[in-house]
Design a protein around this ligand. Structure first.
Ligand code: ATP
Ligand code: MG
Length: 341
């Protein structure tokens, strides 16, 4: 079959209508450059190419690694503004909060029966998130996070998931759940594929994964001055000559990569241009590149923020659409499982 020899990108380009993308973010803070180059840019590209896009604001999953979800409403609203500024179009994409979609959450129960506790305990991303968690003990929600994510993806029969590298083990759990459900009850779910972005693991200003919760992120919505301050405070190393060597020099290379992504240049070239000029010159280059790259997005965001009721309307429409899809899927699950009364 020709389709089996084509790459995923070729298959998407040839038949965008065959794909439904499910992806999303936890409303734990403003989106940052890691999100943009890891997944958001891919989402916008897929939307433009005609793929059906569903985006979950994973509000329940905020509670996986903190005791209370503080300031949830403004954070969710900020996330929606980030989406719109980055180019997600609510007329084409369904943007919803999963707490508002009961049928989606009900899928978690049969799905939990399809995975074992040791399988959940082995998940490397869950282990990593536990290591960075603010909680004194690990909650059940943290362990079952990847199964909840399977419900997020499968409620709409998503078959393509644009994510950063940290999410690959989670997508693997979704694939397992889909396969096992289909084997046990008959074919209901697609087995989704992950799609990595240009920077599947963008590093933050401390040389580790850029992350909302680690204080090392450059928010898409930060001001130019905040951006300059964050980059000025970024870690570098003792070697004055700038090179791109992610293994040996993660902090410097992370900064070089940021500039390269924003300038759309090869990171080795960016490093060579700076060379002996050192870390201060590198930071100047990164600051300028990031601020120039983000300026139009920041301007769009400020304009959307002025539109009263816009964010609420996006979520009202998205939640209504998501509920209709989830109800339909749950009905199919009931039929497959023989739980129709
Ligand atoms: P938190 O620290 O609260 O977990 P986060 O910054 O890790 O936040 P998530 O909401 O967990 O963000 O992740 C949303 C999406 O963005 C996922 O697909 C994830 O893979 C991607 N992503 C997050 N950080 C990065 C990064 N540094 N590089 C590439 N992709 C990223
Ligand atoms: Mg995360």
């Amino acid at each position: 079959m020709i389709t089996q020899t084509l790459s995923l990108e070729d298959r998407i380009a040839a038949r965008p209508g065959d794909f439904r993308v499910l992806t999303g973010d936890r409303p734990t803070g403003p989106l940052h450059l890691g999100h943009y180059f890891g997944t958001l840019r891919n989402r916008v590209r897929l939307q433009q190419s005609g793929v059906d896009l569903v985006v979950v604001v994973a509000d329940y999953q905020v509670l996986t690694d903190r005791d209370v979800a503080e300031r949830l409403v403004p954070t969710v609203e900020g996330l929606i503004l980030d989406y719109l500024a980055a180019g997600l179009d609510p007329d084409r994409a369904t943007i919803f909060t999963h707490s508002a979609v009961p049928a989606l959450n009900q899928l978690v129960l049969p799905f939990l029966s399809l995975v074992s506790v040791p399988e959940l305990q082995r998940n490397p991303t869950v282990k990593d998130e536990i290591a960075h968690s603010r909680q004194s003990s690990v909650s059940g929600l943290m362990f079952t996070y990847p199964v909840h994510q399977a419900a997020d993806i499968l409620f709409c029969k998503g078959n393509l998931v644009p994510v950063g590298q940290d999410q690959l083990p989670h997508v693997e759990v979704t694939r397992t759940v889909a396969r096992r459900f289909n084997e046990r009850y008959g074919p209901v779910f697609p087995v989704p594929e992950a799609l990595l972005g240009t920077a599947p693991l963008l590093l933050g200003t401390d040389g580790t994964k850029m992350s909302k919760s680690r204080g090392n992120a450059i928010a898409l919505s930060a001001t130019a001055d905040e951006t300059a301050r964050l980059i000025r405070g970024a870690k570098t190393d003792a070697d004055r000559h700038i090179t791109f060597d992610p293994q040996a020099r993660p902090e410097v290379s992370g900064l070089v990569q940021l500039a390269a992504l924003c300038l759309d240049q090869d990171p080795h070239e960016v490093a060579a241009t700076i060379g002996a000029a050192g870390a201060a010159a590198l930071k100047r280059t990164v600051t300028e590149a990031v601020n120039e790259f983000l300026a139009p997005m920041r301007a769009r965001r400020a304009a959307y923020a002025q539109e009263p009721g816009l964010v609420r309307e996006v979520l009202r429409t998205g939640n209504a659409r998501a509920n209709a899809v989830a109800d339909q899927t749950l009905q199919e699950v009931r039929v497959a499982m023989g739980t129709l009364y």
